[in-house]
Design a protein around this ligand. Structure first.
Ligand code: NZQ
Ligand code: ZN
Length: 450
């Protein structure tokens, strides 16, 4: 394990009806005039905004409002927010919404007390000073409610970039899982995917002997594997929502990432997609992660085999650990498809012909130095191949033999790897080992032909 510091001072208020404590929390952290920042209207429709306002008024705290933070929040509204805060003498920003609203609030908070252009922070300058920010979270996903990060898209050039600094860690975050019950299933699933991505980004490390954080990550991934399908099946399942919401916070406040190098390739590769196509961040990650993982797998095949066995229940193949590693990636992909996430460029609304543009922005845009990735250092050529792997999953080259045709049909319906192995055993009387080899050959052809 490497040396580290860990500072996570956010005060969490978790549970039903906790938004009623927003005013009390703002007062506790010294706010006397508040900017309530929110998104496109979900908090109005649900009545949450009125409850938050009533809570502030109950404490006698005056407030201004700034609506309109959009998913993949834009710099234009940040500039507007900074101007508003300065003009109105705002001393506390309350974000009511998801990661996009919170990130926009953090950017406004940092920009208001900074003499230069707030975008400097999104070009690498650490945020050391900011107005205090509090949050009332409405979607379990980005983890911004407990993180020192903010991600904003600059309209000029459409660069989607992150900034960081302990100064923008929220002073408090109110987490009421019931508020997430109004989410459309797609957004719920995108949130689950993002949470899992935050865990994988930390799992992919070059640091050895990190058992405690490995095990914490695995526990949270197992939780998502268990609770994800339950909440997709029954959106009103409060307990499942509660577990997912806390997992989302734990996945990204870096408790699981301390003392180890981290990756973040999937996020960097994805941010170009949500910048160019305005897709949901989680949906982009569902397509990105399996491609990135497949590409970097051989850098440390045992790490991928470990998560395959411990989280996805794959059988360890000691003679061929790469088979186990691939099975784990395939299990992740199948899981994401099963909760309704896109599987490739086409389903995401991305275009193959844009790959050069995506790679140029990823590797060189906004002052980047040509390489990405903390697990494996990747250049333009690597990134091009990764994007190419996300382009439509082509059928294996003809002629397909009977077993492959059978597996392909299952695949088209989103079958999981384990389902395919079981089906081969049942249909063709194969034993588990030869069924696994058969499925592996089939997947190998799929990968080769993409
Ligand atoms: O705008 P409204 O009307 O509120 O609708 C939102 C939005 O359309 C809707 N929504 C949120 N809560 C709802 C709801 N609809 C019904 N009921 C509710 N309870 O959901 C849509 C998505 O919201 P958004 O805030 O964009 O989602 P998320 O929390 O996934 O945030 C995504 C952003 O966070 C960034 C992403 O890149 C992306 O820009 N990230 C921020 C991180 C951080 N600050 O630490 C880390 C992440 O890796 C991520 O990059
Ligand atoms: Zn993310």
């Amino acid at each position: 394990m490497e040396n580290f510091t860990f500072y996570s001072p956010t005060y969490f208020v978790f549970g039903k009806d906790t938004e009623a404590r927003a005013g009390e929390m703002v007062r506790r952290f010294g706010g006397t005039k508040v900017l309530i920042h929110y998104g496109g209207g979900s908090v109005k429709r649900s009545g949450l905004l009125d409850r938050v306002k009533a809570s502030l008024s109950g404490e006698g705290i005056p407030f201004e409002e700034l609506p309109g933070a959009q998913p993949n929040p834009r710099s234009g509204l940040v500039y507007k927010g900074i101007e508003l805060c300065r003009k109105e003498g705002i001393d506390f920003i309350l974000a009511v919404g998801g990661g996009s609203v919170i990130d926009s609030a953090k950017a406004i908070a940092a920009g208001t007390v900074y003499d230069g252009d707030f975008w400097d922070f999104y070009c690498g300058k650490v945020i050391e000073k900011a107005l205090p920010v509090g949050t009332v979270l409405t979607i379990a996903a980005a983890g911004s409610e407990g993180s020192p990060d903010s991600v904003i898209t600059k309209e000029e050039g459409m660069f989607k970039r992150g900034a960081t600094g302990d100064a923008i860690r929220p002073k408090f975050s109110i987490l009421n899982p019931a508020l997430t019950q109004t989410l459309p299933p797609f957004q719920t699933a995108a949130g689950i995917t993002d949470i899992m991505a935050h865990l994988y980004e930390r799992y992919l490390t070059n640091t050895t002997e990190v058992e405690v954080t490995d095990r914490m990550i695995e526990a949270l991934l197992l939780t998502m594997k268990h609770e994800g399908p339950r909440v997709i099946e029954n959106p009103d399942n409060y307990e499942a929502r509660a577990n997912i919401m806390w997992a989302g916070m734990m996945a990204h406040n870096n408790a699981c990432g301390v003392g180890r190098t981290q990756d973040w390739t999937s996020h960097d590769v994805e941010h170009e997609l949500s910048a160019l196509y305005d897709c949901a961040h989680g949906a982009g990650l569902a397509v990105t992660m399996p491609a990135v993982f497949t590409y970097v797998m051989n850098h440390d095949v045992m790490r991928f085999a470990q998560v395959a066995v411990r989280v996805w229940g794959c059988q360890m193949d000691f003679a061929h650990p790469e088979v186990t590693a691939k099975a784990g990636i395939e299990a992740l992909r199948s899981f994401l498809i099963s909760i309704g996430m896109p599987r490739d460029f086409e389903e995401l609304g991305a275009r193959e012909e844009d790959i050069p543009k995506l790679v140029a922005s990823l590797c060189h845009g906004n002052g980047r130095n040509g390489r990405v990735g903390g697990f494996m250092s990747l250049d333009e050529n690597d990134c091009t191949k990764i994007y190419e792997m996300m382009v439509g999953r082509k059928a294996p080259l003809c002629p397909m033999n009977e077993t492959e045709a059978f597996l392909w049909k299952m695949r088209e319906k989103g079958a999981r790897l384990t389902d395919m192995i079981t089906a081969l055993r049942q249909e063709y009387g194969a034993d588990t080992e030869s069924a696994a080899v058969e499925v592996e050959h089939f997947l190998g052809r799929l990968y080769k032909n993409r």
